[in-house]
Design a protein around this ligand. Structure first.
Ligand code: UT7
Length: 315
């Protein structure tokens, strides 16, 4: 498939590191040095499905397609106010999509998984167009008393419209099952029959171990996939990696030995927006006119699971 439209939407509230330091034992200096994050957009009165719908409508507008032209809709989301129906259906009702749709929870690599899913449907001859939205509100998962997690996250949505084309060159997906590196628990509705104990536990993160996994999986997958595809690193125009920590990105740059200018970043202003991070960055770069036909664009992301995913596309 081929991307012909992108869109993104962010909550209006911008929270700076200094604002966090008003109620947390932290500082702008610590957060910038350890993560590269200066501020993030945080949901206040917005509903996530409205941000998702806004991103979708912008992507559709750029593509020139109507909702009725879309054959398949994939929504990537970790948490939202809706348990059911899937967030895809909630967004679909707002924008007028009536095609088949699915929701995936592949944590931060959700966009890359979604690209792989739509490409597989396309290759099977089932669809000619697809729409992906990644809508995330991780600021509702972390404890705001936990300075080790809440400072990392921001909210937002990113979308992409795809049509027929042989631009997707390949994808690598990998799992190292290890639940208790990034996890959160919530209690379910009580029944007269429940005898087990359930707990509400906000997001827990083993930061250093996730950091190592991110650098290792990103570096290995990008090198492996390009080698499998017979594409040299210096033929790659852009590498869009999950925006989780500037130091993770810097380490991948260093290990791969690629100029940092090939790695667009927006972590400083957005923080980690989970699976929305890649498509938000994609949309921001696209609207700046950074991608030229024939450019080789790599996406690489990692997250809870632990999952990692990398794909290569020709623009
Ligand atoms: O989408 C995937 C999601 N997760 C990630 O990508 C996370 C990957 N990991 C990371 O980005 C980094 O590990 C963190 C930014 C989370 C943490 O950075 P670190 O350099 O690994 O710090 P640390 O957790 O080892 O903590 C170092 C110190 C500790 O103090 P002590 O024990 O040395 O006295 C922490 O308590 O920094 C302290 N600390 C803070 N200090 C000020 C932790 N958070 C903060 C904070 N402000 N916000």
């Amino acid at each position: 498939m081929k991307i012909i439209g992108t869109g993104s939407a962010l909550p209006k509230k911008v929270v700076t590191n200094d604002m966090l330091a008003e109620f947390l034992d932290t500082s702008d200096e610590w957060i910038v040095t350890r993560t590269g994050i200066k501020s993030r957009h945080v949901i206040t009165d917005e509903h996530l499905e409205d941000l998702g719908a806004e991103a979708v409508l912008k992507a559709l507008e750029m593509s020139g397609l109507q909702p009725s032209d879309i054959d398949f809709f994939v929504c990537s989301n970790v948490i939202s106010e809706y348990v059911t129906p899937g967030l895809s259906c909630v967004i679909a009702e707002k924008v007028g999509l009536t095609c088949p749709m699915i929701d995936i929870n592949c944590a931060c690599p959700g966009f890359v998984y979604a690209l792989d899913i739509v490409e597989t449907y396309y290759q099977a001859g089932k669809i000619k167009t697809a729409l992906i939205v990644c809508a995330e509100e991780p600021t509702r998962m972390a404890s705001w008393q936990d300075r080790g997690t809440c400072i990392l996250f921001g909210d937002g949505a990113g979308a992409a419209v795809l049509t027929a084309g042989d631009n997707m060159k390949g994808t690598l997906l990998h799992t190292e099952p290890d639940v208790y590196k990034i996890w959160q628990l919530q209690t379910l509705v009580e029944t007269p029959f429940i005898t087990k104990q359930e707990q509400n536990i906000p997001m827990q993160l083993k930061g250093r171990e996730v950091f190592r996994f991110a650098v290792n999986s990103g570096t290995t997958q990008i090198s492996q996939l390009l080698q499998d595809l017979g594409i040299a690193l210096d033929e790659v125009s852009w590498i869009l990696v999950h925006q989780a920590n500037q130091r993770i990105i810097d380490s991948i740059v260093e290990y791969l030995g690629v100029p940092a200018s090939k790695f667009p970043v927006n972590i400083a202003d957005h923080g980690n927006t989970s699976s929305a991070s890649c498509p938000i960055l994609l949309d921001e770069c696209n609207r700046k006119g950074m991608f030229k036909p024939g450019d080789i664009v790599v996406f690489s992301a990692f997250g809870a699971g632990l999952l990692s995913a990398t794909s290569v596309m020709e623009w």
